[in-house]
Design a protein around this ligand. Sequence first.
Ligand SMILES: [Zn+2]
Length: 141
Amino acid sequence: MRMLIDCVSDFDAAGWRWPHFVPRELACHCGGRFCRGEYWHDPDFLDALEALRAAIGRPLVINSGHRCALWNAHVGGAAHSMHRTIAVDIRLAGQDRHALLKQAEVTGFTGFGLGQNFLHLDRRAKPARWVYSGSADAWRT
Ligand SMILES: [Zn+2]
């Protein structure tokens, strides 16, 4: 069941079945400035993320997961950013960005934001792909 948790510390992680991730790394990263660690729990999203992790066979570092409203605004996120529910920006240091993108496409993601140092992934109704300003060269093959 998808649900918003006000404080990730209060989340009952009994039955957590995604071994390579913990709720805290997907919760708001504002560090208590604007919220108490909001977390959007979405099992289908976690299934896709875990499948991607399994296919890649190496750690995925989450730069940004869920964002509370004020943190989203603070970091310049779009008003209706998928980060307001759940999306991830995966750090690209040490990753084969093209392999990661290709795997993400077959493990259930539909939104792809190509950044210089990160890959944004979400699961939206209408598939979309975009390149962040200044990042095109990094993705040129
Ligand atoms: Zn926050």
